[in-house]
Design a protein around this ligand. Structure first.
Ligand code: ATP
Ligand code: MG
Length: 477
Protein backbone atom coordinates (compact mmCIF):
# COMPACT_ATOMS: atom_id res chain seq x y z
CA UNK A 1 0.00 0.00 0.00
CA UNK A 2 1.26 3.48 -0.90
CA UNK A 3 2.55 5.55 2.00
CA UNK A 4 0.23 8.39 2.95
CA UNK A 5 1.48 11.67 1.61
CA UNK A 6 0.73 15.33 2.09
CA UNK A 7 1.43 18.43 0.08
CA UNK A 8 1.40 22.08 1.05
CA UNK A 9 -1.38 24.28 -0.25
CA UNK A 10 -0.12 27.26 -2.30
CA UNK A 11 -0.68 29.54 0.69
CA UNK A 12 0.78 26.94 3.06
CA UNK A 13 3.96 26.73 0.99
CA UNK A 14 4.29 30.48 1.20
CA UNK A 15 3.80 30.52 4.96
CA UNK A 16 6.41 27.77 5.28
CA UNK A 17 8.93 29.77 3.24
CA UNK A 18 8.38 32.79 5.44
CA UNK A 19 8.81 30.61 8.54
CA UNK A 20 12.12 29.32 7.17
CA UNK A 21 13.26 32.89 6.71
CA UNK A 22 12.18 33.78 10.23
CA UNK A 23 14.01 30.77 11.64
CA UNK A 24 17.32 31.97 10.17
CA UNK A 25 18.01 28.39 9.01
CA UNK A 26 19.31 27.58 5.56
CA UNK A 27 17.55 24.77 3.70
CA UNK A 28 20.62 22.65 4.28
CA UNK A 29 20.50 23.22 8.05
CA UNK A 30 16.80 22.45 8.08
CA UNK A 31 17.50 19.25 6.13
CA UNK A 32 20.01 18.05 8.66
CA UNK A 33 17.73 18.93 11.59
CA UNK A 34 14.78 17.11 10.03
CA UNK A 35 16.93 14.28 8.74
CA UNK A 36 15.92 14.16 5.09
CA UNK A 37 17.50 14.58 1.70
CA UNK A 38 17.35 17.59 -0.60
CA UNK A 39 14.55 16.45 -2.93
CA UNK A 40 11.69 15.98 -0.46
CA UNK A 41 12.46 19.31 1.19
CA UNK A 42 12.46 21.03 -2.21
CA UNK A 43 9.17 19.27 -2.98
CA UNK A 44 7.74 20.41 0.34
CA UNK A 45 8.42 24.09 -0.39
CA UNK A 46 7.19 23.68 -3.98
CA UNK A 47 3.88 22.26 -2.78
CA UNK A 48 4.53 18.77 -4.17
CA UNK A 49 3.49 15.68 -2.23
CA UNK A 50 5.92 14.12 0.26
CA UNK A 51 5.53 11.43 2.94
CA UNK A 52 3.02 12.51 5.56
CA UNK A 53 5.30 11.83 8.52
CA UNK A 54 8.11 13.87 6.97
CA UNK A 55 5.68 16.67 6.13
CA UNK A 56 4.62 16.88 9.76
CA UNK A 57 8.24 16.76 10.98
CA UNK A 58 9.26 19.65 8.71
CA UNK A 59 6.32 21.73 9.91
CA UNK A 60 7.25 21.02 13.51
CA UNK A 61 10.82 22.12 12.94
CA UNK A 62 9.56 25.34 11.40
CA UNK A 63 7.22 25.85 14.37
CA UNK A 64 4.18 25.55 12.12
CA UNK A 65 0.90 23.74 12.43
CA UNK A 66 0.98 21.12 9.67
CA UNK A 67 -2.78 21.30 9.29
CA UNK A 68 -2.52 24.98 8.45
CA UNK A 69 0.11 24.25 5.82
CA UNK A 70 -1.28 21.11 4.21
CA UNK A 71 -3.66 21.05 1.33
CA UNK A 72 -6.13 18.90 3.23
CA UNK A 73 -9.17 17.15 1.90
CA UNK A 74 -12.46 18.84 2.78
CA UNK A 75 -13.10 17.25 6.15
CA UNK A 76 -10.86 16.04 8.97
CA UNK A 77 -12.65 12.70 8.81
CA UNK A 78 -11.47 12.19 5.25
CA UNK A 79 -7.95 13.12 6.26
CA UNK A 80 -7.92 10.62 9.12
CA UNK A 81 -9.06 8.00 6.63
CA UNK A 82 -5.95 8.79 4.60
CA UNK A 83 -3.61 8.20 7.51
CA UNK A 84 -2.81 4.55 7.55
CA UNK A 85 0.49 4.73 9.43
CA UNK A 86 -0.05 5.36 13.11
CA UNK A 87 -2.25 8.32 12.35
CA UNK A 88 -3.39 9.16 15.86
CA UNK A 89 0.16 9.60 17.16
CA UNK A 90 0.82 12.16 14.44
CA UNK A 91 -2.41 13.95 15.00
CA UNK A 92 -2.00 14.21 18.74
CA UNK A 93 1.57 15.41 18.66
CA UNK A 94 1.03 18.31 16.31
CA UNK A 95 1.58 21.82 17.52
CA UNK A 96 -1.83 22.76 16.16
CA UNK A 97 -3.55 20.56 18.68
CA UNK A 98 -1.86 22.42 21.50
CA UNK A 99 -3.29 25.57 19.98
CA UNK A 100 -6.68 23.98 19.56
CA UNK A 101 -6.82 22.99 23.23
CA UNK A 102 -6.73 26.62 24.14
CA UNK A 103 -9.88 27.40 22.28
CA UNK A 104 -12.02 24.27 22.67
CA UNK A 105 -14.83 23.44 23.04
CA UNK A 106 -16.48 24.72 19.91
CA UNK A 107 -20.10 24.37 18.91
CA UNK A 108 -21.00 22.50 15.76
CA UNK A 109 -20.62 24.54 12.56
CA UNK A 110 -23.94 26.32 12.60
CA UNK A 111 -25.03 29.00 14.93
CA UNK A 112 -27.27 26.42 16.55
CA UNK A 113 -29.36 28.95 18.47
CA UNK A 114 -32.32 28.80 16.14
CA UNK A 115 -32.03 32.59 15.99
CA UNK A 116 -31.26 34.35 12.71
CA UNK A 117 -27.73 35.67 12.37
CA UNK A 118 -27.51 39.30 13.41
CA UNK A 119 -25.61 41.12 10.69
CA UNK A 120 -24.09 44.55 11.14
CA UNK A 121 -21.88 45.28 8.15
CA UNK A 122 -21.32 48.95 8.96
CA UNK A 123 -19.54 50.56 6.02
CA UNK A 124 -18.54 47.33 4.25
CA UNK A 125 -18.62 47.88 0.47
CA UNK A 126 -21.12 45.94 -1.62
CA UNK A 127 -19.78 43.09 -3.66
CA UNK A 128 -20.65 43.62 -7.30
CA UNK A 129 -18.34 41.36 -9.28
CA UNK A 130 -16.13 38.63 -7.94
CA UNK A 131 -13.75 36.36 -9.82
CA UNK A 132 -11.77 33.34 -8.73
CA UNK A 133 -10.13 33.00 -5.30
CA UNK A 134 -11.42 29.45 -4.91
CA UNK A 135 -8.24 28.27 -3.17
CA UNK A 136 -8.19 31.21 -0.78
CA UNK A 137 -11.88 30.79 0.07
CA UNK A 138 -11.37 27.08 0.69
CA UNK A 139 -8.36 27.74 2.91
CA UNK A 140 -10.18 30.42 4.91
CA UNK A 141 -13.41 28.47 5.26
CA UNK A 142 -11.51 25.47 6.56
CA UNK A 143 -9.42 27.63 8.87
CA UNK A 144 -12.48 29.27 10.40
CA UNK A 145 -15.15 26.58 10.39
CA UNK A 146 -13.06 23.41 10.75
CA UNK A 147 -9.88 24.46 12.49
CA UNK A 148 -11.62 27.18 14.52
CA UNK A 149 -8.96 29.75 13.95
CA UNK A 150 -9.55 32.66 16.32
CA UNK A 151 -7.64 35.31 14.41
CA UNK A 152 -7.23 35.42 10.64
CA UNK A 153 -5.07 38.00 8.90
CA UNK A 154 -5.45 38.78 5.18
CA UNK A 155 -2.21 40.44 4.20
CA UNK A 156 -1.45 42.04 0.85
CA UNK A 157 -0.49 45.07 -1.16
CA UNK A 158 -2.99 47.81 -1.75
CA UNK A 159 -5.66 46.80 -4.23
CA UNK A 160 -4.85 43.07 -4.17
CA UNK A 161 -8.42 42.31 -3.17
CA UNK A 162 -8.29 41.71 0.59
CA UNK A 163 -11.52 43.55 1.35
CA UNK A 164 -13.28 41.93 -1.60
CA UNK A 165 -12.14 38.48 -0.51
CA UNK A 166 -13.24 39.14 3.07
CA UNK A 167 -16.70 40.22 1.92
CA UNK A 168 -17.09 37.13 -0.24
CA UNK A 169 -15.99 34.97 2.68
CA UNK A 170 -18.40 36.66 5.08
CA UNK A 171 -21.23 36.15 2.59
CA UNK A 172 -20.51 32.48 2.29
CA UNK A 173 -20.09 31.60 5.97
CA UNK A 174 -22.20 34.16 7.84
CA UNK A 175 -24.99 31.65 8.59
CA UNK A 176 -22.61 29.77 10.88
CA UNK A 177 -22.48 32.69 13.30
CA UNK A 178 -24.78 34.41 15.76
CA UNK A 179 -23.35 37.83 14.94
CA UNK A 180 -21.41 39.23 12.05
CA UNK A 181 -19.86 42.66 12.58
CA UNK A 182 -17.73 44.53 10.03
CA UNK A 183 -15.87 47.71 10.85
CA UNK A 184 -13.40 49.71 8.81
CA UNK A 185 -10.36 51.22 10.52
CA UNK A 186 -9.48 53.28 7.44
CA UNK A 187 -10.01 56.66 8.99
CA UNK A 188 -7.48 59.36 9.66
CA UNK A 189 -7.10 59.11 12.53
CA UNK A 190 -8.48 55.58 12.99
CA UNK A 191 -10.88 55.01 15.88
CA UNK A 192 -9.13 54.77 19.26
CA UNK A 193 -9.61 51.30 20.73
CA UNK A 194 -11.89 52.45 23.53
CA UNK A 195 -14.26 53.96 20.93
CA UNK A 196 -14.20 50.88 18.72
CA UNK A 197 -14.92 48.66 21.72
CA UNK A 198 -17.87 50.80 22.77
CA UNK A 199 -19.22 50.49 19.21
CA UNK A 200 -18.73 46.70 19.13
CA UNK A 201 -20.22 46.16 22.58
CA UNK A 202 -23.24 48.19 21.56
CA UNK A 203 -23.63 46.25 18.35
CA UNK A 204 -23.61 43.02 20.38
CA UNK A 205 -26.34 43.91 22.79
CA UNK A 206 -27.54 47.50 22.52
CA UNK A 207 -25.77 48.33 25.76
CA UNK A 208 -26.14 51.79 27.13
CA UNK A 209 -22.80 53.42 26.41
CA UNK A 210 -22.87 55.15 29.81
CA UNK A 211 -22.91 51.76 31.53
CA UNK A 212 -19.56 50.73 30.02
CA UNK A 213 -16.38 50.87 32.05
CA UNK A 214 -13.98 53.60 30.97
CA UNK A 215 -10.99 51.27 31.34
CA UNK A 216 -9.88 49.76 28.02
CA UNK A 217 -8.91 46.47 29.67
CA UNK A 218 -12.40 46.09 31.12
CA UNK A 219 -13.91 46.75 27.73
CA UNK A 220 -11.66 44.13 26.12
CA UNK A 221 -12.70 41.67 28.83
CA UNK A 222 -16.35 42.45 28.17
CA UNK A 223 -15.83 41.89 24.45
CA UNK A 224 -14.11 38.55 25.17
CA UNK A 225 -17.12 37.56 27.28
CA UNK A 226 -19.37 38.32 24.32
CA UNK A 227 -17.08 36.38 21.99
CA UNK A 228 -17.27 33.41 24.38
CA UNK A 229 -21.03 33.52 24.78
CA UNK A 230 -21.80 34.12 21.10
CA UNK A 231 -20.27 32.76 17.97
CA UNK A 232 -19.27 35.97 16.31
CA UNK A 233 -17.47 36.78 13.07
CA UNK A 234 -15.80 40.13 13.46
CA UNK A 235 -14.00 41.86 10.58
CA UNK A 236 -11.68 44.84 11.02
CA UNK A 237 -10.81 46.17 7.58
CA UNK A 238 -7.63 48.14 6.82
CA UNK A 239 -5.82 47.42 10.07
CA UNK A 240 -2.67 48.98 8.59
CA UNK A 241 -4.23 52.32 9.58
CA UNK A 242 -3.12 51.45 13.12
CA UNK A 243 0.50 51.16 12.09
CA UNK A 244 3.23 53.73 12.41
CA UNK A 245 4.70 55.33 9.27
CA UNK A 246 8.47 55.59 8.79
CA UNK A 247 9.08 52.69 11.14
CA UNK A 248 9.59 49.00 10.49
CA UNK A 249 6.32 47.30 9.61
CA UNK A 250 4.14 46.10 12.42
CA UNK A 251 4.71 48.89 14.98
CA UNK A 252 1.66 50.78 16.21
CA UNK A 253 1.20 54.49 15.80
CA UNK A 254 1.30 56.38 19.09
CA UNK A 255 -1.97 56.14 20.98
CA UNK A 256 -2.98 52.90 19.28
CA UNK A 257 -0.68 50.47 21.07
CA UNK A 258 -3.59 49.07 23.09
CA UNK A 259 -4.87 47.32 19.95
CA UNK A 260 -1.95 44.94 20.54
CA UNK A 261 -3.64 43.70 23.69
CA UNK A 262 -6.96 43.24 21.91
CA UNK A 263 -5.36 41.10 19.19
CA UNK A 264 -3.27 39.17 21.69
CA UNK A 265 -6.26 38.30 23.84
CA UNK A 266 -8.46 37.32 20.89
CA UNK A 267 -5.64 35.13 19.57
CA UNK A 268 -4.83 33.42 22.85
CA UNK A 269 -7.93 33.31 25.05
CA UNK A 270 -10.66 30.76 24.90
CA UNK A 271 -13.76 31.78 22.93
CA UNK A 272 -15.88 30.60 20.04
CA UNK A 273 -15.53 33.53 17.64
CA UNK A 274 -13.24 34.68 14.88
CA UNK A 275 -11.65 38.03 14.15
CA UNK A 276 -10.58 38.70 10.55
CA UNK A 277 -8.13 41.53 9.93
CA UNK A 278 -7.36 42.85 6.48
CA UNK A 279 -4.10 44.75 6.36
CA UNK A 280 -1.20 45.88 4.19
CA UNK A 281 1.18 45.11 7.04
CA UNK A 282 0.93 42.63 9.86
CA UNK A 283 1.16 43.68 13.48
CA UNK A 284 4.32 42.05 14.79
CA UNK A 285 2.73 40.18 17.65
CA UNK A 286 0.33 38.42 15.31
CA UNK A 287 3.18 36.81 13.41
CA UNK A 288 4.60 35.79 16.81
CA UNK A 289 1.30 34.26 17.92
CA UNK A 290 1.15 32.33 14.67
CA UNK A 291 4.68 31.08 15.18
CA UNK A 292 3.76 29.96 18.72
CA UNK A 293 0.89 27.83 17.39
CA UNK A 294 -1.99 29.78 18.73
CA UNK A 295 -5.05 29.44 16.51
CA UNK A 296 -3.94 32.28 14.28
CA UNK A 297 -3.73 32.19 10.47
CA UNK A 298 -1.97 34.52 8.10
CA UNK A 299 -2.93 34.48 4.43
CA UNK A 300 -0.94 36.46 1.89
CA UNK A 301 -3.39 37.72 -0.70
CA UNK A 302 -1.61 37.66 -4.05
CA UNK A 303 -2.89 38.79 -7.45
CA UNK A 304 -5.74 37.14 -9.32
CA UNK A 305 -4.95 33.95 -11.20
CA UNK A 306 -4.55 34.45 -14.92
CA UNK A 307 -8.00 33.15 -15.92
CA UNK A 308 -9.68 35.29 -13.30
CA UNK A 309 -7.73 38.39 -14.33
CA UNK A 310 -8.86 37.63 -17.91
CA UNK A 311 -12.46 37.84 -16.77
CA UNK A 312 -11.77 41.17 -15.12
CA UNK A 313 -10.18 42.62 -18.27
CA UNK A 314 -13.03 41.24 -20.36
CA UNK A 315 -15.58 42.90 -18.10
CA UNK A 316 -13.71 46.17 -18.59
CA UNK A 317 -14.26 45.75 -22.33
CA UNK A 318 -10.59 45.56 -23.20
CA UNK A 319 -9.69 44.23 -26.67
CA UNK A 320 -6.32 43.14 -28.01
CA UNK A 321 -6.29 39.85 -26.11
CA UNK A 322 -2.91 38.76 -27.39
CA UNK A 323 -1.21 41.02 -24.89
CA UNK A 324 -3.36 40.38 -21.85
CA UNK A 325 -0.91 37.86 -20.44
CA UNK A 326 1.86 40.44 -20.49
CA UNK A 327 -0.36 42.97 -18.80
CA UNK A 328 -1.39 40.53 -16.08
CA UNK A 329 2.20 39.48 -15.52
CA UNK A 330 3.52 43.04 -15.25
CA UNK A 331 0.89 44.02 -12.72
CA UNK A 332 1.04 40.70 -10.89
CA UNK A 333 -2.72 40.21 -11.26
CA UNK A 334 -3.43 43.12 -8.90
CA UNK A 335 -7.14 43.68 -9.60
CA UNK A 336 -7.18 47.36 -8.65
CA UNK A 337 -4.17 48.15 -10.81
CA UNK A 338 -5.58 46.11 -13.71
CA UNK A 339 -8.83 48.04 -13.50
CA UNK A 340 -6.98 51.36 -13.54
CA UNK A 341 -4.74 50.28 -16.38
CA UNK A 342 -7.67 48.93 -18.42
CA UNK A 343 -9.43 52.28 -18.06
CA UNK A 344 -6.25 54.13 -19.08
CA UNK A 345 -5.83 51.91 -22.13
CA UNK A 346 -9.43 52.52 -23.17
CA UNK A 347 -9.18 56.25 -22.68
CA UNK A 348 -5.71 57.10 -23.93
CA UNK A 349 -4.67 54.21 -26.17
CA UNK A 350 -7.88 53.51 -28.05
CA UNK A 351 -8.20 50.19 -26.22
CA UNK A 352 -4.94 48.88 -27.72
CA UNK A 353 -2.92 47.06 -25.11
CA UNK A 354 0.07 46.74 -27.45
CA UNK A 355 0.21 50.50 -27.84
CA UNK A 356 0.07 50.98 -24.12
CA UNK A 357 2.86 48.46 -23.59
CA UNK A 358 5.00 50.22 -26.17
CA UNK A 359 4.40 53.77 -25.16
CA UNK A 360 3.43 54.07 -21.55
CA UNK A 361 5.75 53.98 -18.64
CA UNK A 362 3.85 51.50 -16.53
CA UNK A 363 3.59 53.80 -13.60
CA UNK A 364 0.63 55.89 -14.61
CA UNK A 365 -0.31 58.60 -12.11
CA UNK A 366 -2.86 56.53 -10.18
CA UNK A 367 -0.53 53.58 -9.80
CA UNK A 368 2.19 55.90 -8.59
CA UNK A 369 -0.24 57.28 -6.03
CA UNK A 370 -0.94 53.76 -4.80
CA UNK A 371 2.72 53.00 -4.39
CA UNK A 372 3.53 56.44 -2.95
CA UNK A 373 1.37 55.60 0.00
CA UNK A 374 3.18 52.33 0.60
CA UNK A 375 6.59 53.82 0.05
CA UNK A 376 6.02 56.84 2.26
CA UNK A 377 5.69 54.69 5.32
CA UNK A 378 9.05 52.91 4.89
CA UNK A 379 11.96 53.40 7.26
CA UNK A 380 15.22 54.71 5.72
CA UNK A 381 16.80 51.26 5.85
CA UNK A 382 13.79 49.67 4.16
CA UNK A 383 14.01 52.30 1.40
CA UNK A 384 17.66 51.57 0.90
CA UNK A 385 16.97 47.87 0.53
CA UNK A 386 14.20 48.66 -1.97
CA UNK A 387 16.57 50.73 -4.07
CA UNK A 388 19.22 48.03 -4.15
CA UNK A 389 16.70 45.37 -5.10
CA UNK A 390 15.25 47.64 -7.80
CA UNK A 391 18.53 48.10 -9.60
CA UNK A 392 19.50 44.44 -9.50
CA UNK A 393 17.79 42.22 -12.05
CA UNK A 394 18.68 39.12 -10.04
CA UNK A 395 17.38 38.35 -6.55
CA UNK A 396 19.83 39.36 -3.82
CA UNK A 397 20.69 37.06 -0.94
CA UNK A 398 20.94 38.35 2.60
CA UNK A 399 24.75 38.15 2.53
CA UNK A 400 24.88 40.18 -0.69
CA UNK A 401 22.65 42.87 0.75
CA UNK A 402 24.80 42.90 3.86
CA UNK A 403 27.81 43.75 1.72
CA UNK A 404 25.99 46.56 -0.05
CA UNK A 405 24.31 48.18 2.91
CA UNK A 406 25.92 49.70 5.94
CA UNK A 407 23.71 48.18 8.65
CA UNK A 408 24.05 45.48 11.26
CA UNK A 409 22.89 41.99 10.32
CA UNK A 410 20.11 42.16 12.90
CA UNK A 411 18.81 45.51 11.61
CA UNK A 412 18.96 44.26 8.06
CA UNK A 413 17.04 41.11 8.94
CA UNK A 414 14.40 43.16 10.77
CA UNK A 415 14.03 45.45 7.77
CA UNK A 416 13.74 42.49 5.36
CA UNK A 417 11.10 40.86 7.53
CA UNK A 418 9.31 44.16 7.68
CA UNK A 419 9.31 44.49 3.88
CA UNK A 420 8.03 40.93 3.59
CA UNK A 421 5.30 41.82 6.08
CA UNK A 422 4.37 44.73 3.83
CA UNK A 423 4.38 42.39 0.77
CA UNK A 424 6.73 44.80 -1.01
CA UNK A 425 9.48 42.26 -1.55
CA UNK A 426 9.31 38.56 -2.28
CA UNK A 427 11.65 35.63 -1.84
CA UNK A 428 13.07 33.39 0.86
CA UNK A 429 16.78 32.80 0.51
CA UNK A 430 17.12 35.70 -1.93
CA UNK A 431 14.89 38.70 -2.34
CA UNK A 432 13.45 40.60 -5.26
CA UNK A 433 10.73 43.11 -6.15
CA UNK A 434 7.52 42.65 -8.06
CA UNK A 435 7.94 44.20 -11.55
CA UNK A 436 5.55 47.07 -10.99
CA UNK A 437 7.20 47.92 -7.69
CA UNK A 438 10.64 47.74 -9.32
CA UNK A 439 9.55 50.16 -12.02
CA UNK A 440 8.16 52.53 -9.43
CA UNK A 441 11.33 52.51 -7.35
CA UNK A 442 13.53 53.10 -10.38
CA UNK A 443 11.33 56.02 -11.46
CA UNK A 444 11.43 57.39 -7.97
CA UNK A 445 15.18 57.09 -7.99
CA UNK A 446 15.75 58.76 -11.32
CA UNK A 447 13.25 61.53 -10.64
CA UNK A 448 14.39 62.39 -7.19
CA UNK A 449 18.05 61.46 -7.55
CA UNK A 450 17.61 59.66 -4.27
CA UNK A 451 16.64 61.21 -1.04
CA UNK A 452 19.20 62.55 1.39
CA UNK A 453 19.64 59.43 3.43
CA UNK A 454 20.83 57.58 0.32
CA UNK A 455 23.44 59.96 -1.02
CA UNK A 456 26.26 57.65 -0.02
CA UNK A 457 25.05 54.91 -2.33
CA UNK A 458 23.96 57.14 -5.19
CA UNK A 459 27.03 56.77 -7.34
CA UNK A 460 27.21 53.03 -7.13
CA UNK A 461 23.49 52.66 -7.81
CA UNK A 462 23.71 54.89 -10.84
CA UNK A 463 26.58 52.80 -12.06
CA UNK A 464 24.52 49.65 -11.60
CA UNK A 465 21.52 51.20 -13.36
CA UNK A 466 23.62 51.80 -16.40
CA UNK A 467 25.07 48.31 -16.22
CA UNK A 468 21.68 46.68 -15.82
CA UNK A 469 19.68 48.75 -18.25
CA UNK A 470 20.10 46.08 -20.89
CA UNK A 471 18.88 43.27 -18.71
CA UNK A 472 15.90 45.16 -17.21
CA UNK A 473 12.40 43.84 -18.05
CA UNK A 474 10.93 45.13 -21.31
CA UNK A 475 8.23 47.10 -19.52
CA UNK A 476 10.80 49.29 -17.85
CA UNK A 477 11.83 51.04 -21.00
N1 ATP B 1 -11.76 38.65 -6.81
C1 ATP B 1 -12.08 39.81 -7.38
N2 ATP B 1 -12.92 39.83 -8.45
C2 ATP B 1 -13.26 41.00 -9.04
N3 ATP B 1 -12.80 42.19 -8.65
C3 ATP B 1 -11.96 42.24 -7.62
C4 ATP B 1 -11.54 41.06 -6.93
N4 ATP B 1 -10.71 41.40 -5.95
C5 ATP B 1 -10.60 42.75 -6.00
N5 ATP B 1 -11.35 43.24 -6.99
C6 ATP B 1 -11.50 44.66 -7.31
O1 ATP B 1 -10.24 45.27 -7.13
C7 ATP B 1 -10.36 46.49 -6.42
C8 ATP B 1 -9.49 46.45 -5.17
O2 ATP B 1 -9.96 45.44 -4.30
P1 ATP B 1 -9.97 45.64 -2.71
O3 ATP B 1 -10.53 46.95 -2.34
O4 ATP B 1 -10.61 44.43 -2.15
O5 ATP B 1 -8.42 45.64 -2.41
P2 ATP B 1 -7.68 45.72 -1.00
O6 ATP B 1 -6.61 44.69 -1.00
O7 ATP B 1 -8.69 45.64 0.09
O8 ATP B 1 -7.02 47.16 -1.06
P3 ATP B 1 -6.61 48.13 0.14
O9 ATP B 1 -5.28 47.67 0.65
O10 ATP B 1 -6.53 49.48 -0.50
O11 ATP B 1 -7.68 48.08 1.17
C9 ATP B 1 -11.84 46.68 -6.14
O12 ATP B 1 -12.37 47.55 -7.10
C10 ATP B 1 -12.43 45.33 -6.32
O13 ATP B 1 -13.73 45.39 -6.81
MG1 MG C 1 -9.27 46.99 1.52
Amino acid sequence: MAKPSLKASPQGAQVAKQALLRSGLTQQELRSQVGCSRQPLTNFFKGDAIAQTLFIRICEHLGLSWREIADLPPSPAEFVALSTENPTADLRSTPFDRGADIALPYPPPSNGTGQPTKIDLGTAPNLTTFYGREAELKFLTQAILQRHTALVVLLGLRGMGKTTLAIKLVESIKQEFDHVIWRSLAYNPPPPLTQLLADLLQSFSNRDIGSLSQAVDDRISQLLTDLRQNRCLLVLDNAESLMQDHALAGAYRPGYEDYRELFRRIGTERHQSCLILTTRETPREIAELEARDFPVSLLSVMGLAENDAYQLLEAKGLGDRTYWNTLIEIFQGNPLVLQIVAATIQRSFGGQVSLFLKQATITTRQIVDLLDQQFDSLSPLEREIMYWLAVQPQPLAFAELKELIDASGADLLDALESLLRRSLIQGEAAFTLQPVVRQYVINEFTQQQLSLELTHVRNSIQHLLVQNSRSAPATEQ
